[in-house]
Design a binder for this molecule. Structure first.
Ligand code: ZN
Length: 255
């Protein structure tokens, strides 16, 4: 049994067959899934799906690419879900993405800081998106994230940065990119981090692993990520699946 700790099945990419995708995941041995919102409408959709399916949990937050949509009322709504919804287990997906020129770094940082403070104040884990923004992400966590815990989803930093994040108590999400043949640096990190801090995720509908690369991703394929980590660490895949599932339940406080 496995836990896909980051997949966007509330996304419109699944509007025509969402039920079938979720059923396929359960049938493939995915016992738990975590759906992170990226703005208010997607957070709301993720929360609604937690009511429909046992095993489905959600995070709510404003993604850096949607940072310009953030408002005080929106932050108040996120807080309300985090306080009142029993299956909303994290602030996310939030962070910084410097790959594209917009929104500006200033807007992204302000929205990220607000949500880091929210996680600290409500004592909830945070699900972080950090793309080409390692320095500022770490600086904000150091300054505003005293005592914070959480996950670097689709981890893309160095082994050195991982050591600092390990000391801070963070977990690391690995996606289908770990399976890509040319991901040498990522494979080295996946082979060397302590397994008790690693999670497996699909980031569906994105980052589809081989042999389905190029197609829409879905949670059932998370087992290809587990298989690659097992291969890299010379372990049994069942062990990787069991330990990463325990890790996911621990960091997201799932009984
Ligand atoms: Zn995501």
């Amino acid at each position: 049994m496995v836990f896909d700790t980051h997949c966007h099945i509330h996304d419109e990419a699944y509007d025509s067959d969402r039920e079938a995708v979720i059923r396929r995941a359960f049938a493939a041995g995915v016992q738990y899934m975590m759906f992170p919102g990226t703005d208010l409408p997607t957070s709301s959709a993720a929360v609604a799906l937690t009511h429909r399916y046992e095993g489905v949990y959600a995070a709510v937050g404003i993604h850096p690419e949607d940072a310009a949509s953030a408002t005080p009322q929106g932050f108040a709504q996120l807080r309300k879900w985090l306080r009142e919804e029993p299956k909303v287990v994290a602030v996310g997906e939030v962070g910084l993405d410097y790959h594209w020129p917009e929104p500006s770094h200033e807007i992204q940082k302000a929205v990220f800081i607000e949500q880091v403070k929210m996680a600290v104040e409500l004592d909830m884990p945070i699900d972080i998106h950090d793309r080409e923004a390692h320095g500022d992400t770490l600086a904000i966590l150091r300054q505003y994230g005293k005592g914070i815990r959480g996950v670097f989803h689709c981890y893309s930093g160095s082994l050195e940065m991982a050591r600092e994040l390990l000391a801070m108590g963070f977990y690391f999400g690995f996606t289908g990119t770990t399976v890509f043949p040319n991901s040498k640096k990522l494979k080295r990190i996946a082979a060397n981090l302590p397994l008790e801090r690693m999670l497996i995720e699909t980031d569906s509908p994105y980052l589809t692993p081989p042999p389905y690369r190029g197609k829409r991703n879905e949670p059932a394929y998370v087992r290809y990520v587990a298989a690659e980590i097992a291969r890299l660490r010379n372990m049994r895949v069942e062990e990787v699946e069991r330990i990463t599932m325990e890790n996911g339940k621990r960091i997201f406080n799932i009984p």
